[in-house]
Write a protein that binds this ligand. Structure first.
Ligand code: DAK
Length: 259
């Protein structure tokens, strides 16, 4: 699929996904959702990459939300279906089998905040502004925002920010645990790449398993402890584990193959 609103590039072996609709502050229209769905559903799982960084084009925005101008065309069951579809797409980001880091370079509002929260780790520029302003539009977050905000910052603060729609600055996001790091504006991409590179010499099967175990902690249909011992059992039989343990005893760097 040829993308119009996503630019896929590579730096130091890390894939960079840039949401690129700068004139609309990278707002997520239907096509952009379709492209994110394609990338994380069809491309990312088999991609030979050290990990993925998601960012927004330009100086001002990561993603300023779902495209408000598209809402007017919605009617009937469309909205419910589109909310479910958006959630499913962001589950693909969250369940990606390699680390996904958001480099939040500006406004991350509504659907943009929801996209950043679906990523495994968030690096914020000091100019970043997070928020769920949906109630100000007379609607509610529809792409997992009410759920992931609670998971990341706790019920009381999530209630406050989702009910007031107030923006969260970078330092507050860091204090709340919404952002993992805050860096000077313009350095967020490099910091995100640096984090991915820290994972790059680790066992790929182990990385994928950690992501699954942690995600299962938040899935009421799954038992994360069961996931953990099951995947532990699988991975203990892998060549990677033998290689990792052998490399340790031989005092050398492990050369993992992901098998
Ligand atoms: N959608 C469409 N265009 C947007 C946009 C958005 N979310 N955000 C910004 N833009 C456009 C602006 O309209 C403007 O375009 P022109 O007027 O130049 O053509 C351009 O980007 C630059 O924006 P501003 O001129 O407003 O820039 P400022 O620096 O003055 O302000 C801002 C920046 C980020 C504070 C402001 O643009 C803003 O408040 N943006 C909207 C933030 C927002 O409320 N986002 C949406 C949250 S709600 C669903 C229904 C709804 C939703 C989901 C699902 N279903 C029915 C399934 C809601 C989801 C959301 O994300």
């Amino acid at each position: 699929m040829e993308y119009q609103n996503l630019v896929i590039s590579e730096k130091q072996g890390v894939s960079i996904v840039t949401v690129s609709r700068e004139k609309a502050l990278n707002a997520l229209n239907t096509l952009t959702f379709t492209e994110i769905n394609h990338f994380f559903g069809e491309v990312a799982p088999g991609l030979k990459t050290k990990g993925i960084v998601v960012t927004g084009a330009g100086e001002k925005a990561f993603v300023a939300g779902a495209d408000i101008k598209e809402f007017f065309a919605l009617k009937g069951e469309d909205a419910k279906w589109l909310s479910k579809r958006g959630q499913d797409i962001f589950f693909k980001v969250e369940n990606c089998n390699k680390p996904v880091v958001a480099a939040v370079n500006g406004f991350a509002l509504g659907g943009g905040c929801e996209l950043a929260m679906a990523c495994h780790i968030r690096v914020a520029s000091e100019k970043a502004r997070f928020g769920l302003p949906e109630v100000g539009l007379g609607i509610i977050p529809g792409y997992g925002g009410t759920q992931r905000l609670v998971q990341l910052i706790g019920k009381g603060k999530a209630m406050e920010y989702a009910l007031t729609g107030e923006m969260i600055n970078a330092q507050t996001a860091l204090d709340l645990g919404l952002a993992n790091h805050v860096v000077p504006h313009g350095e967020e991409l490099n910091k995100a790449i640096e984090i991915v590179l820290k994972t790059a010499d680790k066992g790929p099967l182990a990385l994928a398993a950690v992501i699954r175990c942690i995600n299962d902690n938040f899935d009421e249909n799954k038992n994360g402890f069961e996931t953990e011992y099951t995947l532990f059992g699988d991975i203990a039989l892998s060549e990677d584990f033998i290689e990792g343990a052998t490399a340790f005893t031989e005092k050398r760097k492990a050369a993992f193959k992901g098998v």
